[in-house]
Write a protein of this length. Structure first.
Length: 286
């Protein structure tokens, strides 16, 4: 299970290369250079010596040329050997790409995060300090439009906060992540649903299965609108998926229009979708 969790977390970053930059900027408040694209690069950071150094993942931010290298390491438990090789990863990638490089360590628990944040003494009064993201640093995504715009962050949010003591909050986060996952390709959708469910506490899973508007008091607009009408979630997500397959990724105003539509309006969009020649026509905007 440990290796599966390790690979699952990495898959979120592979599926959305900009996720590493978003977390550095929004969760860890790191000032980033201007960039126009992000790509996954070779994680082989071996130097000219026989020893092999291979990081979990390397993301490059580009503005015609590389402007920042991000070494992403998923760390599920303390490993003192990593405190010797992490600086090597950064130095070798910096030499290869000739641009600034940082290390982003993603942990599954706060104790490992505290271990990873310790400064590494390089000798000669030089120190290396990793940038570390523990569960508490991951944004809490409960808004369905925000989740649809960034499904990987929504799933990461569910994984980080699925065992929160506040059951209502953790179920809201899980619902937003599930909603965002429905419209994805089958492989990503299945993987993300599994990750969401295994990350929830037993109490949160039970609440998710047994939600009843007559007995459960929902606090968020998302829960009131979509959980109280469970059919709405699947219907809206299906419409999003079909529109995306026909017309490509949907702009945020269109997503907001769909998630705010009634069942009757969603049915009408579904009917128009059969013959519509454009997204605007399918949504009834013209």
């Amino acid at each position: 299970m440990v290796s599966q969790l390790h690979e699952a977390l990495l898959q979120l970053f592979r599926n959305r290369p900009t996720l590493a930059a978003e977390l550095l900027r929004d969760a860890l408040h790191v000032e980033l250079p201007e960039y126009t694209a992000a790509r996954i690069d070779s994680a082989d950071l071996t130097d000219i010596q026989p020893a092999e150094y291979r990081a979990d993942l390397v993301v490059l931010l580009l503005n015609d040329v590389p402007v920042l290298g991000i070494v992403v390491e998923v760390q599920l438990q303390p490993d003192d050997r990593k405190r010797f090789v992490w600086p090597v990863y950064v130095a070798n990638l910096r030499a290869r790409m000739e641009c600034p490089v940082c290390l982003l360590v993603v942990t599954a628990d706060e104790s490992t995060a505290r271990w990873a944040t310790r400064s590494i003494d390089l000798g000669g009064a030089n120190h290396f300090v990793p940038l570390v993201l523990g569960p508490s640093g991951v944004p809490e995504i409960t808004d369905q439009a925000e989740a649809l715009a960034d499904p990987e962050l929504a799933v990461l949010s569910a994984m980080a906060h699925g065992r929160d003591a506040d059951i209502d909050k953790s179920t809201q986060i899980a619902l937003a992540a599930q909603f965002a996952s429905v419209g994805l390709d089958d492989d990503r959708s299945k993987l993300y649903f599994d990750l969401i469910l295994i990350s929830l506490s037993e109490a949160a899973r039970k609440a998710l299965r047994n939600m009843d508007p007559a007995t459960y008091q929902y606090q968020s607009d998302f829960a009131k609108r979509y959980v109280a009408q469970g059919e709405m979630i699947g219907r809206a997500a299906l419409v999003v998926k079909l529109l995306t397959l026909r017309f490509g990724p949907l702009p945020e105003p269109s997503l907001a229009e769909i998630t705010g539509a009634s069942l009757a309006e969603l049915d009408t969009i579904g009917e128009r979708l059969l013959t519509a020649q454009s997204l605007e026509e399918a949504l009834g905007s013209r």
